[in-house]
Design a protein around this ligand. Structure first.
Ligand code: ADP
Ligand code: ZN
Length: 598
């Protein structure tokens, strides 16, 4: 059997090897066991039900909450030559009848439905008369009230067991802690079952987090150096900033669109369409842009503001590189982020308990930013997984040095104390650096012993120290309106030199050289051939109104450049080329490759 499922992987999807637990999951399902599979985004959950659906007799029902994604999924499957369709409330009566007839005739192997759709009397009766091979439940965490996206429609899915007593159930999700997992198994009335957990690690994503110095310049350099002409998402905290950044990027010549909840339906649709269809598109967005992103070849996710928690950060960055090719998660942040986010928490109407929790989450996120350890190690630790250092993140590559900042921390604490604990960071830095600012002089702060004791270091450095002191709770914000700083009891540790205050070395603007290193660049062999293949793909895509990535992924094109296939049987060796795509596109691509060789 394992031979046969591997054959389906190769012949239909054009892939050589299973990933993560795919093979075990598929084996369990075709052997008749119920399965709960937890796999990170992009790991390849779909194949876990698609291959059993092809292997088993009858039709597989896939329950998916997002109507908007059904169409994409079906289109993608048809490209692979898999007979699939969907039934949902957006179909006309005639369309529906036509599809139901097709399903009855036994032609269709996979049908997508929404949970509320399937649970209607009519649909249950319809499927009750058919030979159902398996029921797959996507986004299965929605079944449980412990999962973070509990949905009412999912609650009733347990009833399906009664309607389909002999059918195998496969529940799939990217997020489920142990409590949620137990609940899913219970709610869905699993019988003999297996649970498969894959690591949360996304080894193809490169993590980089730096201080914000000059936002647009940094973003521009990052994209130009690593991802010119590729697709990415830029996340900002506010709508206003989304608009500003999108305009700046357009001015710099990027194909950038903006997306946030305040845009009209039409504007949002336009951005979404561009994102689905174009190759070099950058979407600048608030986190409103996220649900239903299925594009596998997003090459970078950039954060211009700090996310509220590691969960958010990981979910957002996880939208990069779902195809398994190298991709970047890049972020800049600064003192202002911490102040802004803390302020949002403090001034919200939420309960104290909630505020406490939110603050703890923010602190964990900051921990990831400020760490001198491997970012991946820290992130996975947060999710309860252990992991050695990765060599594919900025801290692993840079060999972060630490230094003793005790004296400088004392200088900051003394300055806050001597000026009366009523000023904000900017003023404290002015005093430290001996500014001739009128306010400083009027208040007589130029006569304090702390005046100008920090003039040897730039503003940026002192801002860094203050941020660190805030993050580790040596100081706090007294009043959110004025953002003035006060000293916490704990700081006596530093003032009395009980501890050494070690920090990671930062690179200051003055010392920063323009890096020429491309951290995330796929080795492009035969660049011009790749470009020709890309333009052929673009042509076919626009003729057939399909997104280019549905024709072939970038990885497939790179593979063509590497293998240089001469005929259709060699073309089958290319990653992502199964029989259907070989027939459909083989000749066209072979022609371009042939021309290149001559
Ligand atoms: P998710 O787990 O997020 O639902 P998908 O099922 O959409 O992920 O798969 C992500 C991408 O990985 C798709 O482009 C899919 O074709 C590809 N993929 C899945 N399994 C494999 C594999 N074994 N080898 C190579 N690519 C794969
Ligand atoms: Zn690392």
């Amino acid at each position: 059997m394992n031979l046969e499922i591997k054959q389906i992987l190769k012949e239909t999807f054009g892939y050589e090897e299973f990933r993560f637990e795919q093979e075990n999951i598929i084996s369990s399902v075709v052997n008749g066991n119920d399965v709960l599979a937890v796999m990170p985004t992009g790991a390849g959950k779909s194949i876990c039900y698609q291959i059993p659906a092809l292997y088993l007799d009858g039709i597989a029902i896939v329950i998916s909450p997002l109507i908007s994604l059904m169409n994409d999924q079906v289109t993608g499957l048809l490209e692979y030559g898999v007979k699939a369709t969907f039934l949902n409330s957006e179909l006309s009566f005639e369309q529906r009848l036509e599809r139901e007839n097709l399903i009855r005739s036994g032609e269709i192997k996979i049908v997508y439905v929404s949970p509320e759709g399937l649970l209607t009397h009519r649909m249950l009766e319809f499927f009750g008369e058919l030979d159902v091979s398996l029921i797959a439940i996507d986004e299965a965490h929605c079944v449980s009230q412990w999962g973070h996206e509990f949905r009412k429609d999912y609650m009733r899915l347990g009833e399906l067991r009664r309607e389909f007593p002999g059918v195998v159930f496969l529940a799939l999700t990217a997020t489920a802690d142990s409590r949620t997992r137990a609940d899913i198994i219970k709610q869905l009335n699993f019988k003999d079952h297996d649970v498969y957990l894959s690591s949360f690690d996304r080894p193809n994503i490169h993590y980089q987090i730096t201080e914000r110095v000059s936002e647009i310049r940094q973003l521009n350099d990052f994209i130009k150096e690593n991802h010119e002409g590729e697709t990415g998402i830029v996340y900002c905290l506010s709508r206003k900033k989304v608009e500003r950044v999108a305009l700046e990027l357009q001015k710099l010549g990027f194909n950038a669109y903006m997306y946030h909840a305040g845009r009209t339906k039409l504007q949002k649709q336009k951005a979404q369409d561009a994102f689905n269809k174009q190759e070099d598109v950058i979407i600048v967005a608030t986190i409103a842009f996220g649900m239903g992103i299925d594009r596998p070849d997003v090459r970078f996710v950039a954060h211009l503001d700090l996310p509220k928690s590691v969960e958010n950060y990981y979910q957002e960055t996880g939208r990069a590189g779902r195809d398994g090719e190298k991709a970047s998660a890049w972020m800049i942040y600064g003192l202002q982020d911490i102040i802004k986010l803390s302020q949002m928490i403090e001034t919200s109407d939420a309960s104290d308990q909630y505020k406490q929790q939110a603050k703890a989450k923010l602190n964990s996120m900051l921990g990831i930013c400020e760490t001198s350890n491997c970012r991946r190690t820290e992130i996975l630790n947060y999710f309860g997984e252990s992991k050695e250092k990765c060599d594919f993140c900025d801290t692993c590559e840079e060999d972060i040095e630490t230094f003793d900042a005790t004296i400088d921390a004392q200088k900051v604490l003394s300055t806050i104390y001597r000026t009366g604990q009523i000023f904000g960071a900017g003023y404290i830095i002015d005093v430290l650096r001996g500014s001739k600012n009128n306010k400083v002089l009027e208040r007589g702060h130029d006569r304090l012993s702390v005046y100008s004791i920090g003039k040897d270091k730039p503003k940026e450095y002192w801002s860094f120290i203050i941020r660190q002191l805030l993050t580790s709770n040596y100081i706090s914000i007294r009043d959110w309106q004025y953002r003035n700083l006060k000293i916490e009891k704990k700081s006596s540790e530093i003032l009395s030199k009980e501890i050494t205050y070690n920090l990671r070395k930062i690179q200051l603007k003055s010392e920063r050289k323009k890096s020429s290193k491309k951290s995330v660049n796929i080795n492009h062999e035969r660049d011009d051939l790749f470009e020709s293949l890309r333009s052929l793909r673009r042509e076919i895509a626009s003729e057939s109104s399909l997104p280019p990535y549905m024709i072939f992924s970038d990885k497939s094109l790179h593979d063509m450049c590497l293998i240089l296939p001469r005929n259709k049987s060699e073309f089958l060796m290319v990653h992502g080329v199964g029989q259907s795509k070989n027939e459909k596109y083989g000749n066209d691509f072979l022609k371009v490759i042939g021309n290149y060789k001559n």
